[in-house]
Design a protein around this ligand. Sequence first.
Ligand code: ZN
Length: 467
Amino acid sequence: MTRIADALRSADQTRAIELGRGVLDRTGPMFVELFAGRSALVVADENTFGCAGEQVVASLRAAGVVLAAEPMVLPGAPTLYAGYPAVEAVRDRLASLPGAIACSIGAGTLNDITKLASGELERPYLHVCTAASVDGYSAFGASIAIDGFKATRSCPAPAGVIADLDVLQAAPQRLTATGYGDLSEKIPAGADWILADELGIEPIHPAAWSLVQESARAVLRRPAAIARAEPEAVAALTESLLLSGLGMQAAKSSRPASGAGHQFSHTWEMSGHGLTWEPPLSHGFKVGIGSIASCALWEASLALDLRALDVERVVARAPSPEQVETRVRAALPEAFADESVAASQSKQLRGAELRDRLRLVVERWPTVVERVRPQLVSAAEMMDMLRVAGAPHHPTLIGIDMDRFRATHQMARMIRRRYTILDVLEDCGMLDQVVDNLFAATGFWGRHRSGASSDSSEPPGTVTTPP
Ligand SMILES: [Zn+2]
């Protein structure tokens, strides 16, 4: 808890976190401490209310909190309620109860629904976690599906978070593996941040860096303990996920926790992939596949000798704004093309600016390699870590075939302004070539064309199966 207590000092939205065994009964006292005199609306679904609902209600009552209404209990399966209509329902219920503060009980989806509903009313809220599945519990922003497309909306993090390890440890293993998948991307995301730092594009925020990176590495080294839901492993994973959210608050950006690997996941989320599966394909499972993709790109890039780069040739071939727009519109669905055209054009340098960038890349590349090497794990290692943790470890295991997966390498770069390994390769005119090599017979993805595992120790039933 000391690390969390320290981290809370640099967070500007979350003021209190209780992490430990049996802390559900701290919900009431925390609510009073944060929102003295306000009434509460408990929001849960049938499953999460079953996990912790009675205890949360009892704790609120014991602390003298008035329940503004009966708990709002959504249907048991997220497929039945995830999406913007649920946000509107929670928001309208809250709005009908003047001054009431939401106390949500659930995993990522319920937290995001309540976060956005509360954010739209400019009311704070408190969240009780039921699984160690996402780092979004303590982060701002909510990922919500609107008309079948998932998008991240801006809204503040919860003012308070309760994470009871007895509850989290009893959660389905699939959800803990999902948290591991979300956390796995901190490794290549750290490499992306080092790159942006070295090129003067986005300096590293030292406090946010250590909040996210230090604990994540220790947790990620123990995938088997995660698969077995060992108490200390679930505790360490939960702490690390919470610290990651607080790291984003400290940096006022998702940069500390999200790099190119997350952009693979966002690309699939934006097209609604796996949204209607039961259970829906989780964020962390998609992110895990993005982590492997990003590690493979980094691995190939570390072997490049950029001293031979023909800077003038690359500058002469830089695409015009019209060409950038044509490419983005050809690659991405219309629903998010405008946003992606703007993101892609903001990153595309030309002429003297591109020349300066490329000279800097060539000059700094040996330092980038030196700094990034100890940060990374190999793609094969990342694949193995996810497999052992019980998370999907191949794109085909989340219903992404190899052609779609390959195309995602281009799309993932187009959808965000964030500078990552994808961008430095594109700036150097090498992205297509590096991706071709990865998918050639001798490349990483050429050698790993299927997700079939030869290892019979794989935990059964932990991977979401596409219908
Ligand atoms: Zn994430």
